[in-house]
Write a protein that binds this ligand. Structure first.
Ligand SMILES: *Cc1c(COP(=O)(O)O)cnc(C)c1O
Length: 388
């Protein structure tokens, strides 16, 4: 393992894991230094929002710090039930169930939706937790070309003919986390309908970002009631920790009986759960943070493009700045850091070789001045490294 780590270091593929010693915000303290934060998924600034902090503190005072047991034995608290009802109303779903994370939500739901002899059609760039959930299901998995409804259609035609009785499930990320592009959900739903397949979307980066009041990608495309299953996270725009599954009541009831992360791993803590309820309340009542997030995103991306950077196929606040070689992307990130801007370099295996990039994450809490100083740092480093 030491040899392997050395080799990764030589190739510029060793991730530097920096340590944060302040709250998550537009600025934070990283390795002892105050820098501009262009890294976190804290899209709306809720990770350090007074209303969420108050809700978490109050829950600790009333209910303590731990859930005590798995949900199915003695770990379901009234707060969990309240969160699930609030989330169902917010998403326009029949029911929801909360899990410890978005990752475990995928591990819980996919094996319940498909099993041995069934067919799963999964976008080739889907998140690792979807890939793992698919493996655990023991279904046969077909990776279709990224965001390609025609490619999905031919895979469905080919495989359905061979296994006409199998259950068919199509799974896609809503927003792809390394490129910031959107799944063409209306076309995917139309193709799936033609073949009697169910659709599941993992909206981790769309929750709180896309659609009216941040209700997610299904709302964004006006597809309410047409996507069977949505997986969400409470750890990104919602600013807390946890995941959930939204869908028909029978599915949600079934996960409470058979979803392994639900029945074999403890529940969210009272503080997490109460803070997540406060996040839903806040979003439901006021969309100003979501609007600010998009205003900031449009401003920052236009600035980067004007400077001559390539932001790939991003359609969301996830802003890749294409560099190419992994070592160069790491050098770019280090030079930005030296100028007080923290934006992470992403290389293989998270993205294909030769497509390394800086991944800048925009938040509603960035001020115009923050974005201008970030653009200035990108311009200086871009020129220094001959990227622009
Ligand atoms: C981040 C992410 C997850 C994991 O969510 P956590 O709550 O951090 O476990 C799952 N799916 C997708 C698509 C993600 O981007």
């Amino acid at each position: 393992m030491r040899d392997e780590l050395d080799r990764l270091g030589d190739e510029g593929l060793l991730t530097t894991i920096r340590t944060i010693s302040s709250p998550q915000g537009a600025h934070f303290v990283v390795d002892g230094r105050q820098v501009l934060n262009l890294c976190s998924n804290n899209y709306l600034g809720l990770a350090n929002h007074p209303a969420l902090i108050r809700a978490a503190k109050d829950a600790v005072d009333r209910l303590g710090v731990g859930p005590g047991a798995v949900r199915s034995i003695a770990g379901t608290m009234s707060l969990h039930v309240e969160l699930e009802e609030r989330l169902a109303a917010f998403k326009g779903a029949e029911a929801t169930v909360s899990l410890q994370s978005g990752f475990t939500a995928n591990l819980a739901v996919i094996p319940v939706l498909a099993g041995e002899g069934d067919l799963i059609f999964s976008d080739e760039l889907n998140h690792a937790s979807i890939i793992d959930g698919c493996r655990l299901s023991r279904a046969r998995v077909f990776r279709y070309p990224h965001c390609d409804p025609a490619g999905l259609d031919s895979a469905l035609v080919r495989e359905s003919a061979q296994a006409p009785a199998a259950r068919r499930l199509v799974i896609t990320d809503g927003v792809f986390s390394m490129d910031g592009d959107l799944a063409p959900l209306p076309d995917i739903v139309a193709v799936a309908r033609r073949h009697g397949a169910a659709v599941m979307v993992d909206d981790a980066h769309g929750e709180g970002v896309l659609g009216d009041h941040g209700r997610g990608i299904v709302h964004h495309f006006g597809l309410t009631g047409q996507v069977e299953v949505e997986v969400g996270t409470l750890s990104k725009a919602f600013g807390v920790m946890g995941g959930f599954i939204a869908g028909p009541r029978a599915l949600i009831d079934f996960i409470r009986q058979r979803g392994r992360p639900f029945i074999f791993s403890s529940a969210l803590t009272p503080a997490d759960t109460a803070a997540a309820i406060a996040a839903v309340d806040l979003l439901d009542g006021d969309d100003s943070l979501v609007r600010q997030l998009w205003e900031n995103t449009d401003y920052f991306k236009a600035g980067l493009r004007r400077l001559g950077f390539d932001t790939g196929r991003s359609q969301t606040p996830i802003t890749p700045v294409m560099i190419g070689e992994a070592g160069k992307a790491q050098g770019f990130s280090r030079s930005l850091f030296a100028r007080g801007v923290f934006a992470q370099a992403i290389g293989f295996p998270t993205v294909p070789r030769g497509m390394a990039r800086i991944r800048a994450m925009i938040s509603a809490v960035h001020s115009r001045q923050d974005l201008d100083s970030a653009l200035e740092a990108f311009q200086e480093v871009g020129r220094e490294l001959a990227v622009i």
